[in-house]
Write a protein that binds this ligand. Structure first.
Ligand SMILES: [Zn+2]
Ligand SMILES: [Zn+2]
Length: 66
């Protein structure tokens, strides 16, 4: 059984503990109180289009256990 870690900032899909997720490389998108987390590269892509980032990278990470 896997626990939900967070929900995707774009589509709201659950990101489970121990599963891969994506984040934005722009520092303003990684604030502790409201970080952006994405379930897929597609959602990150939508975020980049939405925020008009000039240069941004998609960083793949694994959701940590609490
Ligand atoms: Zn998503
Ligand atoms: Zn961003």
């Amino acid at each position: 059984m896997s626990e939900t870690w967070v929900r995707c900032s774009i589509c709201g899909k659950e990101i489970k503990v121990g599963s891969a997720f994506y984040r934005c490389s722009v520092s303003g998108c990684n604030r502790k109180n409201a970080p952006f987390r994405f379930c897929s590269v597609d959602c990150w892509d939508a975020h980049v289009a939405d925020k008009n980032h000039r240069s941004s990278e998609c960083i793949e990470e694994v959701a940590p256990a609490r």
